[in-house]
Design a protein around this ligand. Structure first.
Ligand code: ADP
Ligand code: MG
Length: 315
C-alpha cells in the first residue's frame, strides 16, 4: 500500500507535474497535477492503453470527443487530451472537494437544503446534456459527482470566527455551510466513459437517417435519457437519508427489487423529510420510463423551486 503512494512519471506528460493521487478505476488513475508552464492546477486521468482492448480504446476516444463539446459549470471541463504510445491522458478541470459519495458518508446524510443545493446543480448539468447536447451520461452516481473545492469541515485549519452579522444563523449547524457559497461549493458531473450521443446536434433528431431508423432504436433513444433520471432519483434519495433506495445482500433479490421499483421511505429515517421531496423521488423512481419525470419536469417540481430563504445581511 505504501509503495503505491509513489507518484510515477510518464513519458509524454512532461508539461504536468503530478502531485497526488485522487482516485482510481479499473484502467485509470486520477492525479492532482500542476501545469508547469501556467501553474494551473488540474486533474489528470491516466489511462493505461496497453490494458485495453481495441473496443475499450475506442470508447476512451469517444469519451474525449463527447467531453470536448461540453462547456457547462456543472460539468467537469476537459482541458486537453494527450495520446501516447502507452497511455491516454485526459487533462481535466480539478475538483478538489472529492466525491459527493464521500461527503454523504462523512455527514451521514444531507439536510433538505444542502441536498437541494447539490441536486439542482447536477440537474442543470443533466438538462444541458439532455436538452442542449442530446447526450445521456448513463453513469450518474455519487462517485461521479465531484465537489470543486474542499468544504470547511474537511480543512485542518480552524474556521474564522463568525461574522458579527451572521449571529442569527446559530443552530443551522453543519448544514448552513452548503448554502450561499464559501462552503461546500459547486458540484460537477465527471466520468463520461459510458456516455452516448443520442441526438444529432444540428437537426435535433436521432442520429443517422431518421427515415430509416427502426422503431426499437427510436424508442430506445427516447428512453435512454430516462436512465439518467432514475439515477438522479437514486442519488437524491441517498443524499436525504444516507443509504440507497435499493439494496440487498443478494444480487438476485436486488435486481428483482429494482425491476419492480420496490423501495420505501423507511421509518424513522424519512419521518421528518418533506412530502414534496418524497413526491419528487417517487416520480423519478417510476418503473415505466414513459411516466418517469424528464429533466424539465424535475426542474419544475415544487421541491426544487422552493429555494432556501437567503439570510440577508442588510438590516
Ligand atoms: P472511472 O471511469 O475509472 O470511474 P472517473 O473519471 O470516474 O474514472 O475517475 C475516477 C475517480 O477519480 C473519480 O471517482 C474521482 O474520485 C476522481 N476524479 C476523476 N476526475 C476528477 C477531477 N476532475 N478532479 C478530481 N478528482 C477526479
Ligand atoms: Mg467513475
Amino acid at each position: 500500500r505504501e509503495a503505491k503512494k509513489r507518484i510515477p512519471t510518464y513519458a509524454g506528460l512532461e508539461r504536468y507535474k503530478l502531485l497526488s493521487k485522487m482516485g482510481d478505476g479499473a484502467f485509470s488513475d486520477v492525479y492532482k497535477a500542476v501545469d508547469v508552464n501556467t501553474l494551473q492546477k488540474v486533474a489528470v486521468k491516466v489511462v493505461r492503453k496497453y490494458e485495453l482492448s481495441p473496443v475499450q480504446r475506442a470508447s476512451i476516444v469517444k469519451e474525449v470527443q463527447i467531453m470536448r463539446n461540453l462547456k457547462h459549470t456543472s460539468i467537469v471541463q476537459l482541458l486537453g487530451f494527450i495520446d501516447t504510445k502507452e497511455h491516454y491522458f485526459l487533462i481535466l478541470e480539478l475538483c478538489e472537494g472529492g466525491e459527493l459519495f464521500h461527503r454523504v458518508v462523512h455527514l451521514t446524510y444531507f439536510s433538505e437544503e444542502l441536498s437541494r443545493h447539490c441536486i439542482v446543480q447536477v440537474a442543470k448539468g443533466i438538462h444541458y446534456l439532455h436538452e442542449e447536447k442530446g447526450i445521456v451520461h448513463r453513469d450518474i452516481k455519487p462517485e461521479n459527482l465531484l465537489f470543486d473545492k474542499i468544504s470547511f469541515r474537511d480543512r485542518t485549519v480552524p474556521l474564522p470566527p463568525p461574522h458579527p452579522d451572521d449571529e442569527d444563523k446559530e443552530d443551522e449547524g453543519e448544514f448552513i455551510e452548503g448554502v450561499g457559497g464559501g462552503g461546500i461549493g459547486k458540484v460537477k458531473i465527471a466520468d463520461f466513459g459510458l456516455s452516448k450521443v443520442i441526438w444529432d446536434k444540428q437537426t435535433a433528431t436521432p442520429c443517422g437517417t431518421v427515415g430509416y431508423t427502426a422503431p426499437e432504436i427510436v424508442r430506445d433513444e427516447r428512453y435512454s435519457k430516462s436512465v439518467d433520471m432514475w439515477a438522479l432519483g437514486c442519488v437524491l434519495y441517498t443524499l436525504l437519508c444516507g443509504f440507497p433506495p435499493f439494496y440487498d445482500e443478494s444480487i438476485q433479490v436486488l435486481t428483482q427489487k429494482v425491476a419492480r421499483g420496490e423501495f420505501e421511505f423507511l421509518s424513522p429515517w424519512w419521518d421528518d423529510i418533506s412530502s414534496d421531496a418524497k413526491d419528487l423521488i417517487s416520480h423519478l423512481l417510476t418503473v415505466d420510463p414513459e411516466e418517469r419525470y424528464t429533466i424539465v419536469q424535475f426542474l419544475d417540481h415544487p421541491w426544487i423551486k422552493n429555494e432556501p430563504v437567503k439570510i440577508s445581511r442588510a438590516k
